[in-house]
Ligand binder design. Structure first.
Ligand code: HEM
Length: 146
């Protein structure tokens, strides 16, 4: 189930950018970042970069994570950072992943899910990324007495 969770986090992760403030002047490759600079790390751009993910970057292909994040990112593991990076990384990462695994498991034990024809694919970023018109699904009970 991890790869089914990772692929939406790559394509539509709630956070599109990570904010940092440079303390003192720092050299980053050819760049010199002045002191006190505000930095936006566009993780959504990293997640949609064909040089990192290949020509099928915009396709939903959970199997790209079948052998883990390192393999999926061609060993550029910082290319996948839906929960941020470093000392300020999301403290809720494990909780959030556990929660979605439990919720999805509970639903799939009881229902099959298919996408409603009413669904319109319209991800929008308003503080976080979300489906603009919601996600309409059709649930079919697996148990006749439910
Ligand atoms: C899919 C769910 C979630 C995503 C994608 C997410 C993503 C993020 C991101 C990108 C950051 C910024 C990290 C950085 O700047 O490097 C962050 C920070 C944070 N998140 Fe989450 N988060 C999620 C769920 C949660 C949950 C469930 C909790 C609490 C139970 C939580 C608590 C926090 C806190 C407290 C911070 C600030 C950490 C700090 O500044 O030291 N998050 N999260």
């Amino acid at each position: 189930m991890t790869m089914i969770i990772n692929e939406p986090l790559r394509l539509y992760g709630p956070a599109v950018g990570l904010l940092r403030k440079g303390g003192s002047e720092v050299r980053l490759g050819n760049l010199v970042l002045p002191a006190d600079i505000d930095i936006l790390i566009a993780n959504a751009a990293l997640h949609h970069d064909p040089q990192l993910w290949g020509d099928n970057v915009h396709l939903f292909k959970p199997e790209r994570f079948a052998e883990g994040i390192a393999k999926a990112t061609n060993y550029n593991t910082t290319a996948f950072c839906p929960f941020g990076l470093g000392p300020r990384t999301c403290v809720g990462t494990t909780f959030a992943i556990m929660e979605v695994k439990i919720a999805v498991s509970m639903i799939l034990q009881r229902y099959t899910i298919s996408l409603s024809p009413a669904y319109v694919h319209a991800p929008v970023s308003i503080i976080t990324v979300k489906p603009q018109h919601g996600i309409q699904v059709i649930l079919q009970s697996l148990h006749h007495d439910a």
